[in-house]
Write a protein that binds this ligand. Structure first.
Ligand SMILES: [Zn+2]
Ligand SMILES: [Zn+2]
Ligand SMILES: [Zn+2]
Ligand SMILES: [Zn+2]
Length: 276
């Protein structure tokens, strides 16, 4: 059916927008497909999407896919990929060699991506979706730091803490800056140190605020076992074609680009009448 392909497409679309989109923007982008009913059905899958918000609903990309950390793993349903390569570049390839896989198109990985409806994703797209879902990749927000006052709040580990000392409200976009003494900058010494200890390279720093924000959204949704209300179709007149159709995606696994989300339908799902 069309559903896994549509799920994969929507996930790629979300990743091209920092892992989250307003629902109405999402519908606008996929309106060319004439599949609004199917999109609505796909978005109800709470293992793959979190829909949140009251009036301006937002969709966040979710997945059960994780990076495999098992040494010499023979078979599992997780991705066999070097974390540093996922983050951008693995510095060990050139020097002493790296024992982790750097091939996203390895048979195992292609199968696993299919299982999770993440087919045709490239490295940077996977990085986006995994950063906000695989909670082992980034240091967690330090919630004791976010309580109390003073330089370290109530954090018992203070300077030695390996969790993220950044204002949780800032990450959520609800901090009233001037009154708040907590850190609102991932580049401050403490957050920078904990991020670097996790292998986060400088080129990824700009992706961290949306990644943490989405991570908290997903966590909240899991915690209250959010009952996903049906997505309502937004208003009607969608005419702009923003997505380029790709009729032969299967052979183009290696040429996908994050900036250019392509449709992955082999045949148009709906035959429209002739004429304009
Ligand atoms: Zn494995
Ligand atoms: Zn590596
Ligand atoms: Zn702490
Ligand atoms: Zn704050």
């Amino acid at each position: 059916g069309v559903t896994p392909v549509l799920s994969a497409l929507i996930n790629r679309l979300l990743c091209a927008h920092d892992g989250r989109m307003e629902l109405k923007d999402l519908y606008f982008q996929v309106s060319i497909l004439n599949l609004n009913d199917e999109v609505e059905t796909v978005l109800k899958d709470t293992s793959m999407f979190v829909t949140t918000g009251d009036e301006d609903k937002v969709v966040v990309a979710k997945t059960k896919l994780r990076l495999c950390r098992v040494k010499d793993c023979e078979n599992c349903s997780n991705l066999h990929l070097c974390k540093l390569y996922l983050f951008g570049e693995c510095p060990y390839i050139k020097s002493r060699g790296c024992r982790f896989c750097h091939d996203l198109y390895l048979g195992h990985n292609v199968n696993v991506l299919h299982q999770h409806n993440l087919m045709h994703m490239d490295r940077s797209e996977l990085c986006i979706i995994l950063l906000q879902n695989d909670t082992t990749l980034l240091p967690p927000v330090c919630f004791t730091y976010n309580r109390g006052s003073g330089e370290y709040g109530n954090c018992p580990d203070k300077e030695a803490c390996n969790r993220l000392h950044v204002c949780e409200n800032y990450i959520r976009g609800i901090c009233e800056g001037t009154k708040c003494s907590r850190s609102h900058d991932f580049y401050e010494p403490h957050p920078m140190k904990t991020l670097q200890a996790k292998g986060v390279p400088s080129q990824l720093m700009g992706s961290l605020l949306p990644a943490y924000k989405n991570m908290l959204t997903i966590r909240d949704a899991n915690r209250i076992s959010y009952s996903n209300t049906p997505a309502t179709s937004p208003a009607q007149s969608f005419s702009v074609i923003r997505l380029a159709a790709d009729t032969n995606i299967a052979q183009k696994l290696t040429s996908v680009a994050v900036q250019e989300v392509k449709l992955v339908f082999k045949t148009p799902p709906i035959i429209t009448s002739a004429g304009t």
